[in-house]
Design a protein around this ligand. Structure first.
Ligand code: HEC
Ligand code: HEC
Ligand code: HEC
Ligand code: HEC
Ligand code: HEC
Ligand code: HEC
Ligand code: HEC
Length: 269
């Protein structure tokens, strides 16, 4: 063997030995048993809210495993954040989702909130509950209902996966519907699910001309328009003597509901 090869062999053996000893020692004594090893295999800085765990890898990891639900739940089973999640329509599924790291990423640095919504994880969970056989049919149905899995499927379009079509979008997103129900509850017939596809925005959509008189086909007026307020305030503000509520185009433009024709920006309240 040449001198250089001997050096390489020694270095390699040393590295292998250290690599074998690290997990052995750290599995027995926890991260702190081998100072610095966490830094050595750490794939990236932990998010700011979890930074206090930066040198306690085992708070989230069992060695050689992805973080498991029990580790996360140990800290997140209760508290204001959890109450907030369960109180919000779209995140109520946290009550029994049974998986965390599908949607909760880590090691992307301090600034990044460790959240990456993956709708397919909802489908996985619904399918697992349905096929596990350990639940009664009534239990299964109530889980599917809580997860918002619809029996009727909306018309598919290019940006939604066939599996996602099993989800009842409206069960989680009705509160965010800007269409006031006028476009129906099958959000997936028009919308995709991921931020990469623009979130709720639909690039292809071109709003009808402001000369259109069909506004009321797609828009519903606020409740005040169906009360005395309409004749007492709205019509006076717009300086229109006679109008039906459905004739939005007489008073409104298409850029903002607060930009009143012939008047400009107006905000009641
Ligand atoms: C707050 C919880 C948390 C802490 C603390 C934590 N991790 Fe992680 N770690 C995660 C999550 C979540 C993932 C992503 C799992 C996945 O993709 O399935 C992950 C992934 C990893 C991966 C796999 C990366 C990959 O690309 O597959 C490694 C390695 C890892 N962590 C090491 C560490 C080490 C070392 C420490 C301590 C310095 C640590 N982690 C501390 C939550 C944590
Ligand atoms: C040792 C306790 C502990 C463990 C283990 C833990 N967390 Fe946390 N987590 C916290 C604390 C404390 C906060 C900050 C809460 C707050 O500010 O209200 C937090 C915040 C979060 C946040 C909000 C982050 C943000 O930027 O808003 C998410 C999401 C989260 N944890 C998910 C997880 C997941 C998923 C796991 C398992 C991989 C996990 N946590 C493991 C204690 C823990
Ligand atoms: C299907 C995806 C998904 C799964 C699975 C999931 N979460 Fe979440 N989680 C989210 C989303 C999306 C948010 C952000 C909601 C928001 O911004 O209001 C969130 C927010 C959180 C927060 C932050 C609450 C706050 O307001 O600060 C915590 C804590 C959390 N999840 C814990 C968990 C734990 C623990 C698990 C596993 C039992 C889990 N999540 C499973 C999608 C998921
Ligand atoms: C018939 C098709 C259709 C249906 C069904 C539909 N939407 Fe929309 N939605 C649109 C269009 C078109 C836009 C305008 C998109 C744009 O300007 O980028 C829009 C915009 C939105 C926006 C605002 C997007 C932004 O970036 O400002 C949200 C949020 C939204 N829809 C939620 C829903 C929800 C929730 C449902 C189901 C309850 C639903 N939509 C059903 C067509 C539809
Ligand atoms: C079980 C609840 C649930 C169901 C069912 C569901 N979602 Fe979501 N969705 C969420 C959560 C949680 C978020 C994260 C943001 C938030 O808290 O609202 C989200 C986010 C989104 C976003 C915003 C993505 C982004 O990052 O900008 C879109 C678009 C969306 N969902 C569309 C849909 C569509 C379309 C369906 C039906 C195929 C659907 N969702 C079904 C819970 C759900
Ligand atoms: C083919 C259906 C359709 C017709 C017809 C239509 N709109 Fe819209 N309009 C939408 C959709 C979809 C959006 C974006 C999401 C939402 O706010 O519902 C939108 C958004 C708007 C907004 C923006 C709201 C905001 O705050 O961002 C205004 C204002 C508006 N329309 C006014 C009008 C007026 C005035 C007319 C008649 C001249 C009209 N629209 C005709 C579908 C329509
Ligand atoms: C006669 C004129 C007139 C007609 C017709 C009319 N509006 Fe309005 N609208 C107004 C005025 C003025 C305001 C602001 C003052 C107020 O609240 O009355 C307003 C306010 C609104 C707002 C509330 C904006 C905010 O600050 O929250 C919405 C949304 C709206 N109109 C939608 C519609 C829709 C949709 C139609 C048709 C179905 C319609 N309007 C028909 C005059 C009109």
């Amino acid at each position: 063997m040449k001198r250089i090869e001997i050096i390489y062999a020694v270095v390699t053996l040393g590295a292998l030995g250290a690599a074998a000893a690290l997990p052995l020692m750290s599995h027995r004594g926890g991260t702190s048993a081998v100072p610095g090893w966490g830094e050595f295999v750490n794939p990236g800085r932990i998010s700011s809210k979890h930074e206090f765990l930066a040198d306690r890898c085992e708070a989230c990891h069992t060695p050689h495993q992805r973080p498991t639900v029990d580790k996360c739940v140990a800290c997140h089973a209760s508290g204001p954040a959890t109450e907030g999640l369960l109180a919000k329509q779209s995140t109520r599924f946290h009550a029994d989702i049974g998986t965390c790291s599908e949607c909760h990423v880590e090691h992307f640095g301090r600034e990044r909130r460790p959240i990456d919504m993956v709708h397919e994880a909802l489908v996985d969970h619904a399918e697992k509950s349905a096929s596990s056989g350990s639940l009664t049919e009534a239990d299964t149905r109530s889980i599917l209902a809580a997860l918002g899995v619809a029996s009727s499927r909306p018309v598919p379009h290019a940006r939604i996966t066939p599996r996602e079509l099993a989800l009842d979008c409206n069960a989680c997103h009705a509160n965010q519907d800007p269409h006031r129900g006028l476009m129906g509850s099958g959000c997936a017939s028009c919308h995709a699910t991921s931020a990469a596809d623009g979130g709720w925005a639909i690039r292809e959509f071109r709003h009808p001309s402001s000369l259109s008189t069909d506004c009321a086909h797609c828009h519903q007026a606020p409740p005040s328009h169906y009360m005395e307020h309409f004749s007492m305030v709205s019509m006076k503000v717009a300086r229109i003597e006679s109008a039906d509520v459905s004739q939005c185009y007489l008073c409104h433009k298409t850029n903002s509901w607060n930009d009143i024709k012939g008047l400009g920006w107006y905000k009641h309240h």
